[in-house]
Design a protein around this ligand. Structure first.
Ligand code: ZN
Length: 238
């Protein structure tokens, strides 16, 4: 195969992966990125050939697939909301109108979400985290038992565009934005993360574990993908 310096820019196909490649004089090594929309891009130094890049992509295939699956979890965020009375916010799948009051902590009362004048998105995000912590800690317990995994802790926090993450020591992190979902979809997020305590990747074995705990998981996954687009995800909470 003829390899020249003019291999790129262009599109490189490796198996079912399609990689948009650009060239940068300033780069000394290849940078592979899975973008927010789950597309893959590469920035390469001028002398890198298609063959070399294809080998590199092959070597990182598992990592790339994992990243792509993650990015597809949480879709593009909905346009930002205005923090004014009447604006709707989701909590456990239901919409509640915001009521701006003179003072006090954020709270859900009489079917209204109260926010003090002068408070911002950060305060609302903190509220989701505060109510989410005990709610999710309780909700995950039956799944832990059912799936026979070892959970050492659950934390509610911002996680970028991912629903959840977990660490090898059995800690599960759940995005606070998850609290906007209906409970049935939250269950899917929890099961997904617990399954990762057994398998770190998104292999067939991983999906088997999910399926055993939650038959019909593909349906949940699809619904989650669609619902993910409607969620509020302000910069302050990413
Ligand atoms: Zn996953």
């Amino acid at each position: 195969m003829l390899v020249t310096v003019s291999d790129f820019p262009g599109v490189l196909r490796v198996g079912d992966l399609e990689i948009a490649v650009t060239v940068s004089d300033r780069r000394k090594s290849v940078r592979l990125t899975v973008e927010r929309d789950a597309s893959v891009t590469a920035v390469v130094p001028p002398q890198v050939s298609r063959v070399e890049l294809a080998q590199m992509v092959e070597a990182k295939r598992a990592w790339l697939y994992g990243k792509i699956a993650e990015k597809r979890d949480l879709g593009e965020p909905a346009p930002d909301k205005e923090l004014v009375s009447g604006e709707g916010f989701l909590y456990l799948g239901r919409s509640y109108r915001l009521r701006v009051v003179d003072s006090g902590k954020v709270r859900l009362i009489h079917g209204r979400l109260e926010l003090a004048r002068g408070d911002g998105a950060k305060d609302l995000v903190d509220w989701y985290r505060r109510v989410g912590q005990p709610w999710l800690t309780r909700r995950i317990q039956p799944w832990v038992t059912r799936m026979g995994v070892e959970l050492t802790g659950l934390r509610v926090r911002p996680l970028g565009y991912r629903w959840g993450s977990c660490s090898r020591d059995g800690q599960v992190n759940i995005h606070w934005a998850t609290m906007q979902l209906p409970p049935s979809l939250i269950d899917y997020v929890l099961v997904h993360e617990l399954a990762h305590l057994r398998r770190a990747d998104h292999s067939a074995e991983f999906w088997q574990i999910v399926k055993r705990a939650l038959p019909g998981h593909q349906d949940y996954r699809e619904r989650l993908r669609r619902t993910g687009n409607d969620l509020w995800l302000p910069e302050e909470g990413r």
